[in-house]
Design a protein around this ligand. Structure first.
Ligand SMILES: N[C@@H](CCC(=O)N[C@@H](CS)C(=O)NCC(=O)O)C(=O)O
Length: 205
């Protein structure tokens, strides 16, 4: 069984969401603030979440973990067939959510939340907000007429991007303005999924 090291709100939410969508059994090791967890230190040399252990396999990059789980346990679910043309587009969206889309959000989080107040940098916040809006407006036009990021079918790319949009929503970066409404509508539909709800609940199950 997969063991997942998790902290509420962190990228490990993506992996719970995936495991719940697939209906797979898993064991959660919830990390508590200020507590030293030797098993986590051993499994994750960079101290990053999510980290999974599956037998001899130890991994700690969320997108790679998603690819690994689908490859080994997905039975073809939540991704296009690897031989199909759609697979290339799917891979692109899968990685987009942990690169282009999340980059400005991380910068905003660092400067608005993580750093002590005296080291926060207003210009970096404004510039990251501008970058985020540029990306989100383009995404908004791509999402016109699409239910999910790949079109009609829910895939793991929605999990990666959905978590990132949750961060944006928490930072009040999403609004119902016409230039972002398709993205907001998409995110609201992701929020209504039972697996998402379970992943964001304060998971001590
Ligand atoms: N690209 C990595 C990023 C991992 C990451 O930065 N995780 C954060 C939690 S969301 C973390 O572990 N932060 C603790 C730290 O940086 O020490 C992924 O997608 O898994």
């Amino acid at each position: 069984m997969i063991t997942l090291f998790h902290a509420p709100g962190s990228r490990s939410v993506r992996i719970i969401w995936l495991l719940e969508e697939l209906g797979l059994d898993y064991e959660l090791e919830v990390l508590k603030r200020g507590e030293i967890n030797q098993a986590f230190i051993k499994a994750s040399p960079f101290s990053k979440l999510p980290t999974i252990i599956d037998g001899e396999v130890v991994m700690s990059e969320s997108v790679a973990i998603v690819q690994y789980i689908l490859q080994n346990y997905g039975e073809g679910r939540l991704e296009p067939n690897h031989d199909s043309e759609a697979y290339a587009e799917y891979l692109q969206w899968l990685h987009f959510g942990e690169s282009v889309l999340i980059d400005p959000i991380v910068s905003i989080l660092i400067n608005k939340v993580f750093r002590p107040e005296e080291h926060r940098h207003e210009y970096s916040i404004k510039s990251a907000e501008k970058s985020f809006m540029k990306v989100i407006k383009t995404l908004n036009s791509i999402m016109e007429g699409r239910t999910y990021i790949m079109g009609d079918d829910f895939t793991a790319a929605d999990i990666i991007n959905g978590y990132t949009l949750r961060l944006a929503d928490n930072l009040k970066l999403l609004s119902d303005a016409p230039e972002t409404e398709n993205v907001v509508c998409y995110f609201r539909s992701l929020q209504s999924r039972a697996a998402y709800q379970k992943a964001i609940s304060d998971t001590t199950h």
